[in-house]
Write a protein that binds this ligand. Structure first.
Ligand SMILES: *[C@@H]1O[C@H](CO)[C@@H](O)[C@H](O)[C@H]1NC(C)=O
Length: 219
């Protein structure tokens, strides 16, 4: 699914199914830039949020790095209220290639392992939207158990695993999971209106997520 690049088609389908129309001004369109190594933060921080963006979700608009719908608003609001926090953009193409999820999950595991050695006091959160949620599920199976205690929160948006019937995580992580699934989002709930898959940009989803991350990181 190339959600964003297929927007004109989606709009047509949306009209055919009498879905709410996707507002033009909610999502910046353009050619996604798959990976930007200069966006990788250096050194250590108290709190690091690994963000895996959705399929074709642009990650450059308005100077953002983490995806316009979920990652950018989460990271920019979190860093304002939680000193010592920062985002890490998972380095993966977020394309429809069959290797995309695999590359993303490997990057997540590599980042967690290398940062936890380099920065013994750093703790982590995992945030995934759409295909990015699939990345975090795949990564979770490969994250060394010894690192589970360093991961304080796992937040999914529009998680395809819910629709497929099992959105659970390994036991060492499950108690830290927040599942954000909009009613009618075809990716995680029932329904056929892609519109609802694009609503996570709203404060009603972002604000509780930021509160959750702050609480999990600091408790
Ligand atoms: C970001 O934080 C501001 C200030 O608390 C809030 O007004 C705004 O709704 C938040 N943005 C999102 C997308 O939640």
């Amino acid at each position: 699914m190339r959600l964003l690049l297929a927007l004109p088609l989606i709009l047509q389908l949306a009209r055919a199914q009498e879905c709410p129309q996707i507002p033009d001004n909610d999502v910046e369109m353009g050619e996604p830039v798959p990976m930007i190594p200069e966006h990788i933060p250096a050194g250590c921080s108290d709190y690091e949020v690994l963000v895996a963006r959705g399929t074709s979700e642009p990650n450059y608009a308005e100077g953002g790095k983490f995806g316009v719908i979920v990652g950018d608003p989460v990271v920019s609001n979190l860093t304002e209220v939680l000193p010592g926090s920062r985002g890490y953009p998972v380095q993966y193409p977020a394309s429809s290639s069959i290797l995309s999820v695999f590359r993303g999950s490997r990057d997540v595991v590599d980042r967690l392992v290398s940062q936890s050695v380099r920065c013994p006091r750093q703790t982590f959160a995992l945030v995934g939207y759409s295909q990015g949620a699939a990345v975090m599920h795949a990564a979770a199976d490969d994250i060394p158990r010894a690192l589970h205690s360093r991961i304080k929160a796992v937040v999914m948006f529009g998680d395809p695993a819910l629709r497929l019937g099992d959105g659970s995580f390994p036991s060492g992580l499950q108690s830290k999971v927040l599942q954000n699934c909009a009613e009618g989002d075809p990716t995680c709930d029932s329904g056929r209106c892609t519109y609802y898959h694009l609503t996570y940009i709203r404060p009603e989803w972002i604000e509780p997520t930021v509160d959750f991350l702050v609480e999990k990181f600091t408790s």
